[in-house]
Design a protein around this ligand. Structure first.
Ligand code: ATP
Ligand code: MG
Length: 642
């Protein structure tokens, strides 16, 4: 009789609590900023009046949040570290009435499973509190401790037990910018709560408790930012809208300054974005986005926040009603400004002691979104320090030390046999006006007589010594490079906004390289900023590149520029930052227009500009800009002399 085969061992196993927590952490805890978000939300849910935040190393080494909320007793403190332990939700019905930030009961155990975690908590009036230490999900100690009332959570060495996750963290600077963004959202969401913030050894930032939204906006961004906002309000039954929006003409190339809160929760919502865009209608140029700090309040049962573990998205049950309501409120707020010009202005309002930034400043990269993760420049006397440094604040001020020869003598008109004189043709090879360019202001005497252009590429000229051939591209590159360098030194680099911002996705190594060099790229006028994992958004280009064929294909430009810069950096010099000069040098390559046939006046101007350069005889990469064949050489070639 055939016996039936022995049953195979069971393949399915229940995951241990520890593994389940780590998996949950994968969804909720992406980076130090996610830790900060969860801890802040817990502190605010605990009805705190003041919250202290300390971070080190972009949050990789430490994220610490201290609050003065209701704290926990010993049992709750132990329980809160179990999965699905929450005080905020009892049954699914509660989900429909949620007003707390948290409800899933998984943030703390997730964080504790991927870090060195310390919780200290004490209820008001209690004699003793509880201190719990957990490393990588393992409980190390539980003890009684005399503490202040409230809760303190310390999260050190995030992902220390998950090297693969740790490796994917960005540079300290990038992680810090994410932390700052989370703080900014919390600070705006709750102007009534005081925040004391210290990153590394920086000066503390303080947003006082009990502020109204307007004061909080001024504390966070400086008074100038708020001066261009108009109040919005609206009410329709249980729907309520409050906050501020930019007046017409105040817009940005990205949505980074659109702060939207639903029931005090910062959210991303397409419905709200559309409604805003519709509300602004033609008060906004194409491809521009309004600036907003808007609070929509509605009955919690009309809203679903349980869509994403990190609760970034919300869904409205009646999307149409919300859209119409917001659109109308925005239109009403903008009515009084129907005829305002559509120019971008960040000027301070009357009564403000902050000087309005100049037009040049507005065009400068500090106002590009690259630096808009951070607020606009601060006035010296404001109460809160800026959240992050703008790229050009990181530069030490420098004096121009590049002597560019200036001569007053204008160049006598050159006889141009065989060439059409085109006196009124534009003299500048690149389109942007450069009225203060040294070369444009003071033509140098050349002693060259332009004879013509060879193969659309070489200028042919006669010099007192013989024949000169000038490489049009190399010459142009030299001129652009010196101009850019001069602007860098005078800290007056300009950038030209793109009609629509462009996102560029890069492979990890290129992306990491770009992140480490991003400040230098911003310094030369490239408006570029990280935009999620391995994605960057570009909203402005140096004017010299913007109008070339390279400027028309931004992703390719970025990739090519990076490839050039990586070559320059080389594998062995990983730790060394490229200088702005190096970046400028590489960037100029993309500013040169290929195969442009120059008109005679343009060719002449190119020669003048080149000779006004500090180092006219080589391009920035060291290739010659011109070669000369002397008369004796010619005579030798023709056998006139031996
Ligand atoms: N700072 C705090 N003060 C007082 N109680 C806290 C604090 N932080 C956490 N708790 C308690 O611990 C519980 C668990 O916190 P945890 O963040 O893990 O979950 P949650 O906030 O309930 O939900 P979510 O996972 O959605 O954040 C909370 O429900 C709350 O009761
Ligand atoms: Mg929570």
């Amino acid at each position: 009789m055939a016996s039936s085969p022995a049953p195979s061992p069971s393949r399915i196993r229940l995951l241990s609590e520890h593994v389940a927590n780590q998996i949950a952490a994968g969804e909720v805890i992406e980076r130090p900023a996610s830790v900060l978000k969860e801890l802040l939300e817990n502190a605010l849910d605990a009805r705190s009046r003041r919250v202290g935040v300390r971070t080190r190393g972009g949050g990789r080494s430490l994220v610490e949040v201290i609050d003065d909320g209701h704290g926990m007793n010993r049992d709750d403190a132990l329980l809160c570290l179990e999965r699905h332990a929450t005080s905020k939700l009892r049954d699914t019905d509660d989900l429909r009435h949620l007003l707390s930030y948290g409800f899933r009961g998984e943030a703390l155990p997730s964080i504790a499973s991927v870090s060195k975690f310390l919780l200290q908590t004490q209820e008001p009036g209690a004699i003793e509190g509880t201190e719990i230490s957990i490393h990588g999900g393992k409980l190390l100690s539980v003890r009684e401790a005399g503490l202040a009332h409230g809760t303190r959570v310390e999260v050190r060495s995030l992902f220390y037990n998950l090297p693969a996750r740790r490796k994917f963290l960005r540079t300290e600077k990038t992680e810090l910018s994410h932390l700052q963004h989370i703080l900014l959202l919390a600070g705006l969401a709750r102007p009534d709560v005081g925040f004391d913030i210290v990153h590394d050894d920086d000066a503390p930032v303080r947003w006082p408790a009990g502020q109204d939204l307007q004061r909080r906006i001024a504390s966070i961004f400086g008074p100038a930012w708020g001066a261009d906002l108009v109040p919005v309000s609206g009410e329709d039954g249980d729907l309520k809208l409050t906050g501020f929006i930019g007046r017409p003409g105040v817009s940005r190339a990205t949505r980074q300054e659109q702060f939207l809160f639903v029931n005090k929760r910062p959210v991303e919502s397409r419905t709200l974005h559309y409604a805003l865009q519709e509300g602004y209608h033609n008060a906004l140029m194409r491809g521009r986005y309004p600036v907003t700090v808007l609070f929509l309040d509605l009955a919690p049962e009309d809203l679903d926040v349980n869509i994403h573990p990190a609760k970034r998205e919300v869904r409205f049950h009646d999307e149409g009603r919300i859209r119409f309501f917001l659109k109308k409120a925005v239109q009403k707020a903008l009515e009084g400004f129907a005829d305002a010009p559509l120019s971008v202005s960040l000027g301070a309002g009357p009564g403000s002691d902050v000087p309005a930034p100049s037009v040049r400043e507005i065009a400068s990269p500090r106002y590009g979104i690259a630096s808009r993760l951070a607020p606009p420049p601060a006035s010296p006397g404001r109460e809160a320090a800026p959240i992050a440094r703008t790229p050009d604040e990181a530069l030490p001020p420098r004096q121009s030390d590049l002597p560019i020869p200036r001569e007053e003598t204008p160049l006598a008109p050159l006889p141009r046999p065989g060439l059409d004189p085109l006196p009124s043709a534009p003299l500048r090879p690149e389109p942007e006006p450069e009225p203060d360019s040294a070369a444009a202001a003071s033509p140098a005497p050349l002693g060259f007589r332009l004879l013509g252009i060879l193969a659309k590429l070489y200028l042919v000229a006669e010099s007192p010594e013989g024949l000169v051939l000038i490489d049009q591209h190399a010459a142009h590159e030299r001129i652009l490079f010196e101009k850019l360098l001069d602007r860098l030194r005078r800290r007056e680099v300009e950038s030209q906004r793109l009609l629509l911002p462009v996102t560029v996705e890069l492979p990890p190594r290129e992306s990491a390289f770009l992140e480490s060099e991003i400040a230098s790229l911003q310094a030369i006028g490239l408006g570029i900023a990280p935009f999620g994992a391995r994605t960057f958004v570009v909203d402005a280009l140096p004017p010299m590149i913007a109008n070339t064929k390279h400027g028309a294909n931004v992703p390719e430009l970025i990739r090519n520029l990076l490839a050039d810069l990586q070559e320059e950096g080389g594998e062995t010099r990983k730790e060394r930052r490229l200088s702005e000069e190096t970046v400028a040098k590489k960037a100029c390559r993309f500013a040169v227009k290929a195969n442009d046939r120059l008109s005679p006046p343009e060719a002449e101007r190119l020669l003048l500009d080149l000779m006004a350069c500090h180092l006219p005889y080589t391009c920035p990469h060291g290739r010659p800009t011109m070669i000369q064949i002397t008369k004796p050489e010619l005579e030798k070639k023709f056998g006139r002399i031996v």
